[in-house]
Design a protein around this ligand. Structure first.
Ligand code: OAD
Length: 233
């Protein structure tokens, strides 16, 4: 069985990373037009750097939880049962990798990487970033930005994601509110292709009626239990 898993902020919530739209979420504290759009960055790069410096510090100290570990186990053990896992995440943290996942498709990029606006060079970046920092490849100062996808930009790896979605036998969305496209449209795509769909979330999301099945509770409990049941089949 080929399983396609899409994760969102809810999978990292119990690792101490805030979600975006729950009560007290990031988008209730920050104006996303100011800190998560190319226009906001052009207007005030220092404000955007300060936001991502804060997020980078939180991400650097976070540790994977039981849900990340369970998905890594699924990746390792499905091939022995004739299957395969495709793991697509909207999260910009590294917790899936730290939990042991080898092939993680980061459709919204990664906060612990920066990209040069001049030469497109991408490099790992764990420290604070400022408008004075220089690109290691071309030497230009002031052209580095977080290697994340902002509102109004096209998500990464969409071609591979659609190929993998076309090969899936089961679609599972974990810890995502299903409000940001194109990721929010994957479930409808799967349903049109006759692929069974499962939502795993703290509580039914607004998109819950579109799914065939739901499994509700904290990800650190529901995801390991679901992985166990898949591998026991
Ligand atoms: P949201 O904040 O929109 O949704 C988080 C979801 O996680 C909600 O449906 C919660 O019910 C669920 N949740 C919270 N705690 C949980 C837990 N312990 N266990 C299981 N589920 C839990 O986050 P996303 O859907 O990931 O994009 O947001 C999608 C995109 O919007 C993000 O990638 C980001 C954001 O703006 C960009 O920045 C481009």
């Amino acid at each position: 069985m080929n399983i396609f898993v899409l994760t969102g902020a809810g999978v990292s919530a119990e690792s101490g990373l805030g979600t975006f739209r729950d009560a007290g979420g990031l988008w209730s504290m920050y104006d996303l037009r100011e800190v998560a759009t190319p226009e906001g960055f052009a207007r005030d790069p220092a404000r955007v750097h300060a936001f991502y410096n804060m997020r980078r510090r939180v991400h650097r100290d976070a540790r994977p939880n039981a849900a990340h570990h369970a998905l890594a186990r699924l990746e390792r053990e499905l091939p022995g049962r004739g299957g395969r896992l495709t793991l697509v995440t909207q999260n910009v943290d590294r917790l899936h990798e730290m939990g042991g996942s080898c092939d993680v498709i980061h459709m919204h990029g990664e906060a612990l990487k920066v990209r040069c606006l001049s030469c497109a060079h991408v490099e790992a970046w764990a420290d604070d970033l400022s408008a004075e920092d220089a690109c290691a490849a071309c030497g230009r100062r002031g052209g580095l930005r977080p290697d994340v996808v902002w509102f109004g930009e096209i998500p990464m790896h969409l071609e591979r994601i659609h190929d993998e979605l076309g090969r899936a036998d089961l679609f599972v969305a974990i810890g995502t509110s299903g409000t940001v496209y194109p990721a929010a449209g994957f479930v409808a795509h799967a349903r049109r292709a006759g692929v069974p769909t499962l939502e795993i979330n703290l509580e039914p999301s607004e998109a819950a009626p579109v799914f065939d099945q739901g499994l509700y509770g904290p990800a650190t409990e529901t995801v390991p239990a679901w992985v166990e049941s898949v591998l026991a089949r």
